[in-house]
Design a protein around this ligand. Structure first.
Ligand code: ADP
Length: 261
């Protein structure tokens, strides 16, 4: 597969009110990559993703998706998104796994149209990819956090995206299942050729799985191959982030507690 630039940000800056949250970001994402986006809490990672998804508009700079400006770009099915809170349904939520996956097809077939057999097959196929087919008719709320996360990945996969963006997908995944979860992402990247951009706090393990790492704190401080990132000493990393990496790890724990509330 030939590599091409699928996301391009040029001098992108953004603020919600007075302070810049994203400042002068230049970024190129090539097809076929598996990118980990890391940075301290509040460093603008989610906002950067919102900018890429066209949910907020840059105050300065330009964004191109698949060679088109954000304004021109129409083919949103090409981009799958799995949000941070995806896997927190409680057991009372009355939807089966396959129903949840089929909602990923709504933008393709239009709301209030009926799902047909082809759509069901498509949903089952996506569940097969994430190894959750046997749970197709279980209630979504009965599944573990990690299983729900897989279902939401399947929901994103039904529209055949070429780019999949995941906001902290390992939060809520049981520690002993995190490796399997990364294996799934690796499979999507290598076997299905899906470009992955994943926000994560797992700075220790991301480099074992992602091909590239982007470090940001308002602006991009590093963007390069995982091998290059692995060579950094703790001191290099402290400089890169502008403050202690230990604080980063501390923030991580704090963050997880919030998610499990
Ligand atoms: P990260 O994902 O790295 O934790 P965010 O992009 O969520 O960072 O947030 C970056 C900064 O923008 C933070 O200071 C946060 O408080 C602020 N922020 C995020 N969302 C909003 C919003 N909707 N309105 C105002 N400020 C926001």
């Amino acid at each position: 597969m030939e590599n091409r630039t699928i996301v391009k940000l040029e001098n992108v800056s953004f603020k919600y009110d007075r302070e810049w949250v994203v400042k002068d970001v230049n970024l190129d994402i090539q097809s076929g990559q598996f990118l980990g986006l890391v940075g301290p809490n509040g460093s603008g990672k989610s906002t950067l993703i919102k900018l890429m998804l066209g949910l907020v508009k840059p105050d300065q700079g330009s964004i191109h998706l698949f060679g088109q400006t954000l304004k021109q770009y129409q083919d949103w099915q090409e981009i799958g998104f799995v949000s941070q809170k995806a896997n927190s349904f409680n057991s009372g939520f009355p939807a089966t796994v396959i129903e949840v996956v089929k909602t990923g097809l709504v933008s393709r077939i239009g709301a209030f149209k009926f799902f047909n057999k082809k759509h069901k097959e498509k949903a089952l196929e996506a569940l097969r990819v994430v190894e959750m087919e046997e749970y197709a008719y279980s209630n979504i709320g009965e599944l573990s956090g990690g299983q729900q996360q897989r279902v939401f990945i399947a929901r994103a996969l039904v529209s055949d995206p070429s780019l999949l963006i995941l906001d902290e997908p390992t939060v809520g995944v049981d520690a002993k299942h995190v490796t399997e979860f990364y294996d799934l992402l690796g499979k999507l990247n290598q076997e299905q050729g899906i470009t992955l951009l994943m926000v994560t706090h797992d700075i220790g393990t991301i480099t074992d799985h992602a091909t590239h790492v982007i470090c940001m704190n308002k602006t991009v401080h590093f963007h390069g191959a995982s091998e290059e990132y692995k060579e950094f000493s703790e001191e290099d990393l402290n400089q890169l982030y502008g403050h202690s990496v230990q604080q980063l790890t501390h923030n991580h724990e704090h963050h997880e507690v919030n998610h499990n509330d």
